[in-house]
Write a protein that binds this ligand. Structure first.
Ligand SMILES: Cc1cc2nc3c(=O)[nH]c(=O)nc-3n(C[C@H](O)[C@H](O)[C@H](O)COP(=O)(O)OP(=O)(O)OC[C@H]3O[C@@H](n4cnc5c(N)ncnc54)[C@H](O)[C@@H]3O)c2cc1C
Length: 419
């Protein structure tokens, strides 16, 4: 009985109520540690966002420090990088997997893309379907820089980093995947329905193994039926599941509440078939010829660009595709085809540099799919800086000048090395 008596602490309650109390912040930080739900999963309190400013008003810091993004926010002259305290997530272990769900991620730039993480989220969903104990097996070809396989939901990791598998090597990859089939007999294969290589491997794999394939998968239902895009994305159809799925971005929630083992697996000796395709390397294309909607790297200019020649020169030096805000287009500085936004093109670049663009809602709609946004703006409170992963608060011409100087220096060093 004695243990059930709740003892109140009036002093603590007073400090909690009084936001201006000198001990308020410390006490709140102490009380608001990661909260575990009944299943052991970490629960987030959506109201526990931001901090209380000196005048008692709640301030929300949208820089990556609070939102858990990769970068902090940089100011001119002074830079401030905020670090976030990451709670330890509960470990999801699959000791003796009943079956495997194999995933072949794109690994664009040597890292898991958001599309890859969505796909791993779907794999996790399939592996745990109706309480089963499946494991997510990720198969990664060539060298990579990824360190977050565990947090992305990978239970088993098969890295085939032999130099023979680098570049465009479909025949070798197929032979390795066939060996995976023989050893691990995956229940389902997931490939990214994208232009970055995973989808191509998936189609080749299905054709050469005589397996049926389902493309444009956007969701898997409770009954394991597939929801897919059809007719060039104009229709949605429901169909029965197949062994090989080509999945689209946002097909499932990314894994965020558990940590996985990512235990390394290996193939004894990845079979090398006779190689009829030889990768002669990539050909440089003119960034201006890449359609804006497909561009991976965009330098976009707005009303804050004061020197348009410098802007074009910077885009050329960076080998970036040019984009623009509507104001820059309406003022005649940029062609209409370059307009990004609700009434222009919706872009999905991996890196989008917004130079002197305020971040009006119509513009932000158009860059919703971009992975990393870098803002260059003199106004630290503008919405583009709130959206950005990295921001530079400075005059656009000064920043572009500095970028060009650095790029020239780097290029010179490469030339010096080559001699
Ligand atoms: C129906 C409708 C549809 C629209 N569709 C679109 C659309 O598709 N795309 C689109 O972009 N807009 C669209 N707009 C317009 C949109 O609302 C904004 O007006 C527009 O995006 C603003 O462009 P901006 O950010 O370049 O200019 P501004 O809003 O003028 O912002 C300029 C920014 O540059 C900064 N700046 C100024 N000087 C400097 C400097 N020297 N160095 C660095 N930064 C500096 C300022 O701080 C400011 O943040 C639409 C509007 C409507 C009503």
């Amino acid at each position: 009985m004695r243990d059930e008596v709740v003892r109140r602490n009036p002093r603590q309650e007073h400090i909690i109520r009084n936001r201006l109390h000198p001990e308020h912040a410390a006490l709140m930080a102490q009380l608001s540690g990661p909260e575990l739900g009944p299943t052991g999963l970490v629960r987030r309190n959506p109201r526990n966002v931001g901090f209380i400013g000196p005048n008692g008003i709640r301030r929300i810091d949208r820089s990556a420090g609070e939102t858990g993004g990769a970068f902090g926010s940089f100011g001119v002259g002074k830079s401030s990088v905020t670090t976030s305290r990451e709670p330890e997530l509960p470990l999801h272990q699959v000791i003796d997997p009943e079956f495997f769900i194999a995933v072949v991620p794109d690994m664009v730039g040597g890292r898991l893309s958001d599309h890859d993480k969505d796909m791993l989220g779907l794999a996790h969903q399939l592996a745990n379907y109706q309480g089963k104990k499946g494991a997510v097996l990720a198969i990664v070809f060539s060298e990579h820089k990824e360190t977050g396989f565990d947090k992305a939901g990978v239970d088993r990791l098969l890295e085939i980093t032999d130099s023979d598998f680098a570049g465009f090597s479909p025949e070798k990859r197929l032979s390795a995947l066939k060996q995976v089939t023989e050893i691990y007999t995956p229940d389902t294969w997931l490939f990214a329905d994208s232009i970055h290589g995973s989808g191509d491997t998936g189609r080749r794999f299905a054709a050469s193994s005589g397996l049926r394939i389902a493309g444009g998968v956007i969701a898997v239902g409770e009954d394991q039926s597939l929801q897919c895009r059809a007719s060039a994305g104009t229709q949605e159809v429901t169909r029965k599941s197949e062994k090989v799925l080509l999945v689209l971005p946002e097909c499932a929630d990314q894994v965020s509440e558990t940590r996985h083992e990512a235990l390394p697996l290996s193939l004894d000796h990845p079979t090398l078939t006779v190689n009829r395709i030889q990768d002669c390397g990539q050909i440089a294309v003119d960034p201006k010829s890449i359609p804006l909607a497909e561009a991976e790297f965009i330098l976009s200019g707005g009303n804050g660009v004061k020197d348009w020649d410098l802007f074009h020169q910077t885009a050329e030096n960076l080998r970036a595709t040019e984009g623009a805000s509507r104001v820059a287009v309406d003022d005649g500085f940029m062609p209409r085809a370059t307009q990004v936004g609700a009434t222009g093109t919706w872009v999905s670049a991996r890196v989008y540099i917004a130079v002197g663009i305020s971040g009006a809602i119509q513009h932000l709609q158009g860059i919703g799919q971009c992975e990393k946004v870098i803002a260059i703006n003199t106004d630290i409170s503008c919405d583009m800086i709130k959206r950005a992963s990295l921001s530079v608060t400075a005059d656009s011409s000064a920043v572009m000048d500095a970028m060009n100087r650095e790029l020239d220096k780097e290029r010179q060093e490469v030339l010096d090395h080559a001699v």
